[in-house]
Ligand binder design. Structure first.
Ligand code: 9MR
Length: 352
């Protein structure tokens, strides 16, 4: 059960500390506090952030990125348009830059993403392919990219956003040309190319139990029964205050665990209608804490990744006009109540 209301007061108080408005020993102690990653590791979990190549020139930004997190996801740099801009011509510049940065900071990488309907290069999306041709294109892309990053990434989002809201297959170029079997094929090709990478299916709006998450549950059960190499389900968790908290998140994580799968919260943000008020920021903080606690409560939920860490680089304002303030750090890289709430959630039930 979300403990949303209980947390509001605590989150506001913590916000004062985070904003540097509190003084005395408690405030001083904050300066040496463990990071989100430190605290997550005490639970055998990671705490990650997405990042994107254009932001890497911002040194105030990379300082926090390099210190607060132990898992990094490239927001765009490993997508098809970036990695195979012309057929058979591969470009690892953006992905490598992020992998190298992560390595320097002793961070692991959740690689994202191999098969998606969006952000495809024109040569791929503008042509009519036969099934045979497209299957070969897909196999080559997966094999080449996964081999390139073999041993350098922890996991792959192999297939991204394969289902519609009602649980039917999304009519993508992949589904329409190859049928639903493209998912098992993609997982097998990825596994052949890097047998150690953890292989995920990843989607949004599957945090709660419902038709879309049911579709993943059914598919995962079937793939496992057939021996297809699937390791986990990624729940993106792009949440919005106005739509309510997904109260069945923990139950949902648990039912995937029971199939023998890992789960991860892979792209978390909690947006709101602007302007942000103290009340909304406190509610947001409570949601961040609740979703983290849901993950900690389920043994095979391996970690949480936020979809970048600062409002300065969030995708939300460009995609949802009038909405934003979705991340735990604000546009000036100052921690918001959500940051303190995350620390508090991660401190619970740990032996210090
Ligand atoms: O963060 C990514 C943003 O920079 C891109 O413009 C956008 C294009 O669709 O993709 C964003 O990342 C998406 C992720 O790859 C898959 N899940 C939804 C994310 C937000 O759109």
């Amino acid at each position: 059960m979300p403990k949303t209301r209980l947390r509001l007061a605590g989150a506001l108080a913590a916000a004062l500390v985070a904003a540097g408005l509190a003084t005395g020993p408690a405030a001083q102690a904050q300066e040496h506090r463990p990071t989100l990653a430190d605290l997550a590791q005490r639970h055998g979990r990671y705490f990650g952030s997405a990042t994107d190549n254009p932001e890497l020139t911002d040194s105030a930004y990379t300082k926090i990125l390099g210190s607060e997190f132990d898992m990094i996801t490239p927001g765009n740099g490993m997508k098809w348009y970036a990695t195979e801009p012309r057929q058979g011509v591969f470009d690892w510049t953006d992905g490598d830059r992020i992998v190298n940065l992560a390595r320097r900071h002793h961070q692991r990488v959740r690689a994202h993403t191999l098969v998606w309907h969006s952000q495809l290069p024109d040569w791929l999306s503008s042509k009519e392919w036969t099934a045979g041709e497209l299957r070969a294109v897909l196999k080559k892309h997966i094999t080449t990219e996964v081999r390139h990053y073999r041993g350098k990434v922890y996991s792959w989002d192999v297939v991204n956003e394969a289902f519609n809201e009602d649980g039917s297959y999304r009519e993508t170029i992949w589904y329409k040309t190859l049928g639903p079997g493209y998912i098992a094929d993609a997982l097998r090709w990825a596994h052949q190319a890097d047998p150690h990478a953890r292989l995920y299916l990843n989607d949004y709006n599957i945090e709660a139990v419902g038709p879309k998450s049911d579709a993943y549950h059914r598919l995962a059960e079937e793939l496992k029964a057939r021996g297809v190499p699937l390791d986990g389900i990624g729940l993106q968790a792009h949440l919005a205050l106005q739509y309510g908290y997904p109260a069945t998140l923990e139950d949902n994580l648990r039912r995937f665990s029971r199939l023998g799968l890992d789960t991860a919260l892979t792209e978390v943000d909690v947006r709101m209608q602007l302007p942000a008020t103290d009340e909304k920021l406190a509610e947001q903080a409570a949601w961040y804490a609740d979703l983290t606690e849901a993950c900690l409560a389920v043994r095979r939920c391996v970690g949480v990744t936020i979809w970048d860490y600062t409002d300065k680089y969030s995708w939300i304002p460009a995609f949802f006009p009038g909405e934003g303030a979705a991340l735990p750090w604000d546009e000036r890289l100052t921690p918001k109540p959500a940051y303190s709430a995350l620390l508090e959630a991660l401190r619970q039930r740990t032996v210090t």
